[in-house]
Design a binder for this molecule. Structure first.
Ligand SMILES: [Zn+2]
Ligand SMILES: [Zn+2]
Length: 1002
């Protein structure tokens, strides 16, 4: 006889099923001809039905849930439960919710899917119930349903949440929590529910992180010793941190949270707590800025906990427990924060990261066992055995990535901090080099389909690259020595095949990469081997320069087809598709990685050609048009929209040919000011009688050593009203200063870019050093760019900070006379204003330049009225000083602003738009239009107001563009009466746009 769970015989199940229907039949009502619905408001009958369902379900488990009796009765059971929950009879709903929990545990989600919306609705409406025995099971049941809800239904579920104010209820439940009067379990379940909601519905996050009362409660709860409470808050914080704004908010004053997080990561905590702690830290580290913010608060303890987790684990019964494995994976993922420069690096070494990493590579690893190897040869033999054993293969890529990042961000004098960890590091370097050279040897046989070994090849190659190019001489030379040793025998043959493969790509006429992995390995191979002189000569003889150059040009031409070209690991949280509001700048090597590798190789070859012994090769460089082609391509890359890594390296190679720095729009603008003697306020007089005119404020920011000593340190009290009268200060330069070199230095200070002949180079170097022009000096000395460094900016915004504000010679006054909370840090004026500089304003605006020198009355005033709001003025000033128009608040912040606040933002841009028409600043106007229209894109309801606003400024082009945005919702607007307020002329415009819109097929 068939028997299901716990000896329930078929006969027994039949009896219970029979009883169930007996009970259900008391409440069926026939709605229309075919359908009967369960509707009975009698409490006793409801209780009876709930108990009968419960007894019936007791016969089953998930394993026996495909019983026909269950399948046939599920719709009646769900219908009755939904109705009973909907009646909200306090005496029954708690019981009913518990039965729902059991139902979800037994019946597979796929069968329950069609009832999930009804269940969600009735459960959600009960969350605000004051009785814990009701709200608790409802929260548990709701969470269980939400975890499995299909993506296609998420919109409808969110609609229910909005109607039932679910998020508000859960938040206020959590807010009311007080230990002692409520159970820990209750808090945990509410927190779990909220974190599931935030995970799946990004729109719920804002109301949580923007609720200071709740955040206060969470902080105090998380400081309690109860582990259950801590894990629950960790989960909540993790879901919050999916929102970039939320993470940033958490990290402001986030010390208590971080301390709690790290204490949960420690060995003494439960597995679950440790994993949650590691996950939260990963999410907070999604973006570079936030990661640094976290690291600044807790770098040592965070790193210590991470490395300890990676290094201290034990094999019980020879196999890794499953949950231990997931702990290791999370720790490795967190250790990828080594991708970013920061003070945490030093702690990774301090807590012996090499040893921890080796314990993930070598089975039963003991650091003492490394003492025995005498020669490199012996070490390589052991490494070969280790790699063949293939221990923990799923962690291997993390190991290479982590050690690679660490090598890339090392200090030059790194070996002094290594303190006895050398043997481990050496062995890691050997293992990485060996893995890499195996991939090189495999050549065409590299198999992209074997994902694990492919990712090992890829990550080991990148790690070796970063070791070879490490600023640490120790790591770099160790990697070079090991690599050349391994390569020795088949070296030139292997190199030959790399070069041949690369030369094939551009010549094939294809426009996609033939084999991504092989291309990576080939390029990285060339980049690594080129750094070893004997191989560099070989590659040069094999036309390596020409081949790499053709590859770069080919890459540029096919850039769009190649797309995102690296599988360099991105922060794990970025791969979560549900993050919001994170502004993640592209990593150095994430964007255009192939181009970066090719340029690294090119840089080495060029360096080799220029180095002392190779004059012959240098000559061959200079003859013919190779040099011209090289420079043209490199300039295109440097000035293009490629990743910072390739752009930096292009600039680096160009420094061999006399081009230093990056060209900026802002730099070109400032160069205009430099060449315009009339706006200068300081003259440098040379012994020869020549002179150079400069602007104090720009010199103060860019090259302060050139200022006379007193000028640098004025206090803000000395701002005088006499600034409008132009006085030119004269400064006599020492006879030792070379005019040409100084002029070049000034040119670089103004524009961020300069071209220097080799004859001037020698004189410019000491001058740049004296003036602490770091970027220029680095380029003059042809020092390799540091991994991860951003493109240097012209930091003119410093001119409007309190330290340098005494150079200000004009005050900008907005049309508003009253701004709540306005407070000038520079002077005592109480009406809104901004301090500025005529030279910067003139450089960005022909009109103002003409005005300031017109001799008209206005030109002498130290105040300039700007007909925009205070908000608009701050954006305008920011544009003048950085050449970038600030964007309005984004993501959650923008979506949660009320219409009025959104309109305030829009108005600021419309005002600047209109002003830029009058001040003839076409580019700024285009930027404004772009911002305005993209705001309308996300909030069409603002179109009408924007049209009115633009019309009031007579900005007809903008009116037209906004009307096009309103066109798709023309009927809605007309029916709602919103159009009635508008001028007929404007209504006509929108109607015309709407007609056109529908003619174009919507
Ligand atoms: Zn967000
Ligand atoms: Zn002021």
């Amino acid at each position: 006889m068939a028997s299901s769970k716990g000896g329930h015989t078929t006969a027994h199940i039949n009896t219970l099923h029979h009883r169930l229907y007996h009970a259900l039949n008391l409440g069926f009502r026939v709605c229309d001809e075919k359908e009967k619905k369960w509707k009975c408001t009698d409490i006793e009958i409801q209780r009876h039905v709930v108990k009968s369902i419960s007894a019936f379900l007791d016969c089953f488990s998930r394993a026996t849930a495909n019983n026909r009796l269950i399948k046939d009765s599920i719709s009646d059971i769900a219908g009755a439960l939904v109705f009973i929950l909907g009646c909200k009879n306090r005496a029954v709903v708690g019981l009913a919710a518990n039965v729902v929990i059991r139902l979800i545990r037994i019946v597979p989600p796929s069968i329950l899917q069609s009832y999930s919306l009804d269940l969600v609705e009735s459960l959600a409406s009960l969350l605000c119930c004051q009785q814990f025995d009701v709200s608790l099971p409802c929260a548990v049941a709701l969470n269980a349903i939400l975890v499995n809800v299909r993506e296609t239904k998420e919109k409808e579920v969110w609609k229910i949440f909005e109607d039932e104010k679910t998020v508000v209820s859960v938040v206020s439940n959590l807010q009311d929590f007080s230990e002692g009067s409520m159970s820990v379990e209750w808090f945990q379940e509410m927190a779990l529910l909220l974190s599931t909601i935030m995970l799946k519905w990004p729109q719920s996050r804002y109301s949580v992180w923007n609720n200071p009362a709740l955040m206060g409660v969470l902080e105090s709860v998380s400081q309690k010793p109860d582990m259950g409470l801590r894990v629950a808050t960790l989960k909540l914080y993790s879901s919050l941190a999916l929102c970039g704004h939320g993470a940033s908010e958490l990290l402001d004053n986030g010390k208590p949270m971080l301390d709690m997080m790290i204490s949960c990561m420690e060995e003494s905590s439960s597995q679950n707590a440790r994993i949650e702690g590691l996950k939260l830290a990963q999410r907070l580290a999604t973006g570079n800025r936030e990661c640094l913010k976290m690291i600044n608060m807790c770098s040592e303890s965070l790193v210590k906990a991470t490395v300890r987790t990676m290094g201290k684990w034990f094999l019980s019964s020879g196999k890794l427990e499953l949950d231990q494995m997931s702990l290791l994976v999370e720790a490795c993922k967190l250790a990828l924060i080594t991708r970013w420069e920061g003070q945490h690096h030093i702690y990774f070494w301090k807590y012996r990261i090499s040893e921890a990493l080796l314990s993930l590579v070598v089975e039963n690893f003991h650091s003492q066992s490394l003492d025995g190897y005498v020669s490199l040869e012996e070490e390589i033999l052991v490494a070969e055995k280790v790699l063949n054993a293939n221990f923990l293969p799923s962690l291997r890529s993390y190991v290479w990535d982590i050690i690679g990042f660490l090598a890339a961000h090392c200090e030059e004098e790194f070996d002094s901090i290594l303190r006895g960890d050398e043997l481990c590091l050496n062995f890691l370097v050997t293992c990485a080099c060996l893995t890499f050279s195996r991939s090189v040897q495999k050549g065409y046989q590299i198999c992209q389909n074997d994902i694990i070994s492919a990712s090992h090849s890829e990550s080991a190659s990148r790690a070796v690259l970063m070791m070879i190019y490490s600023p640490s001489k120790y790591i770099s030379s160790r990697a070079r020595v090991t690599l050349s040793f391994i390569l020795e025998e088949g070296g030139e043959q292997n190199l030959n095949s790399l070069v041949n493969f690369l030369s094939y790509i551009p010549s094939s006429g294809g426009y996609i990469l033939p084999n991504i992995l092989q291309t990576t390995v080939s390029l990285v191979g060339l980049a690594c081997y080129s750094s070893i002189p004997q191989y560099a000569s070989f590659i040069l003889r094999k036309q390596g320069l020409e081949i790499l150059l053709s590859f770069c040009s080919w890459y540029q031409r096919n850039w769009e087809n190649i797309g995102a070209s690296s599988f360099a690991p991105s922060p794990q949280s970025i791969t979560e598709k549900r993050i919001c509001c994170w502004v993640c700048t592209e990593d150095w090597d994430n964007k255009d990685a192939f181009l970066l590798y090719a340029l690294l190789a090119l840089a080495e070859l060029v360096n080799h050609s220029f180095s002392g012994q190779n004059h012959a090769e240098e000559l061959s460089m200079k003859s013919g048009n190779l040099k011209d082609r090289l420079c043209t391509t490199l300039k295109e890359i440097r000035d293009g929209t490629y990743g910072s890594g390739p752009r930096w390296y292009a600039a680096h190679i160009l420094s061999y040919f006399g081009y230093y720095g990056f060209q900026h729009k802002l730099g070109k603008r400032l160069m205009g000011a430099y060449e315009d003697e009339e706006c200068s306020d300081m003259r440098l007089l040379f012994a020869s009688g020549n002179s150079a005119s400069v602007n104090k404020v720009i010199i103060a920011v860019r090259c302060p050593m050139l200022l006379p000593p007193k000028e640098g340190a004025h206090s803000s009290s000395t701002i005088s009203a006499e600034k409008s009268r132009r006085t030119v200060q004269e400064i006599r330069m020492s006879a030792n200063v070379d005019i040409l070199a100084l002029v070049k230095l000034l040119e670089f200070a103004y524009s961020g870019y300069v071209e220097v002949e080799s004859t001037t180079l020698k004189k410019l170097k000491p001058l740049a050093k004296h003036c602490k022009a770091k970027v220029l000096l680095q380029m003059l000395c042809r020092r390799r760019p540091k991994w991860g460094s951003s493109i240097p900016e012209i930091d003119i915004p410093l001119a409007i900070t309190p330290k340098l504000i005494h150079f200000s010679d004009v005050i900008l006054v907005p049309k508003e006379t009253n701004v709540a909370g306005f407070n000038c840090r520079m002077c005592s004026l109480t009406s809104p204003h901004a301090h500025s500089h005529r030279v910067i304003l003139s450089s960005g605006c022909e009109y103002l330049r003409a005005l300031f020198r017109s001799g008209m009355q206005e030109s002498h005033l130290d105040r300039l009225n700007v007909p925009v709001s205070w908000l608009g003025l701050t954006k305008l000033v920011s544009w003048f000083y950085s050449d970038e128009l600030p964007n309005p608040p984004s993501g959650c912040k923008w979506n949660n602003m009320d219409t009025e606040a959104k309109l305030d933002e829009l108005q600021a841009y419309v005002e600047i738009y209109s002003l830029s028409e009058w001040w003839i600043m076409e580019e700024l106007q285009n930027d404004c239009a772009h911002v305005i229209l993209s705001c309308l894109e996300s909030a069409r309801e603002l179109s009408i107001k924007t049209i009115e606003l633009a019309a009031s400024f007579s900005m007809w082009k903008l009116v037209e563009a906004a009307a096009n945005h309103a066109a798709p919702i023309y009927h809605q607007l007309r029916d709602s009466g919103e159009l009635d307020e508008l001028d007929d002329e404007l209504v006509n415009l929108i109607r015309t746009a709407a007609v056109q819109f529908s003619q174009q097929g919507g």
